[in-house]
Design a protein around this ligand. Sequence first.
Ligand code: SAH
Length: 253
Amino acid sequence: MSQSQSQGKLYIVGIGPGSVEHLTKKAEQVLIESDYVIGNGTYIDQVTSVVKNAEIIRSGMGGEVERAKKAVELSRNHVVSIISGGDANVYGMAGLVLEVAEKEGNVELEVIPGVTAISAAASLLGAPIVNDFAVISLSDLLTPVEMIERRLRAASESDFVIALYNPKSRTRKQNFAMAIGIIRESRSDENTVGIVKNATRNGESVIATTLGKVMEYDDVIDMSTTVIIGNSESRLWNNRIITPRGYQRKYRY
Ligand code: SAH
């Protein structure tokens, strides 16, 4: 541990998509070393089997600002892990915690990377990304809907593979249909779509389909789902999606 004025340190830890087997060794190590582990209930449940000595602070969904402030405050004199599902940089706690730390000043911190939902979902689908991709969250809690629409349109027109995070919540069900509508303006009905729910945890399910049929699965899609829209070269194979990297343009196999 470095010799700063205080003995404290703040780790912002990505804990992976669900199963503890997908927690990195580094994340496990800092959780074991911590005096405090702070996170919302679902994420705390994900890591209780590896947290041995730390005092656990559970906070509710929506209490992110308070949680970040508390973590920064405690880290002045203690080793603290604030945890985020997946990777803390991908719609996770890293941004808010660094903003709070920037205000408070002189906080020793380190961000620990994790396996993000798109990596877990893509693995279950086989090889749907493998080329340039865009990641777009459909949550309009912190981003105006017009901005989300603009980004969807640009990514779709540019033939990016598109991963949709936060496709639906309990109170916000219409954004998914809106996104599919925008994407269909510039893509064919045969364009591939992968739907992955609860990757690496209980209730895991994987569906490979097309843009023309995706709304038949509307009821499946919820806040535990990541949707991956292939590009114009992606194809279906055995409930999987293959997006070619481009080898076929250069080699015969
Ligand atoms: N920081 C997280 C993402 C937080 S946003 C990460 O890096 O993965 C929450 C969204 O992530 C969910 O609405 C869903 O779209 C996606 N997600 C998180 N865990 C998932 C899982 N196990 N399976 C499928 N999608 C998941």
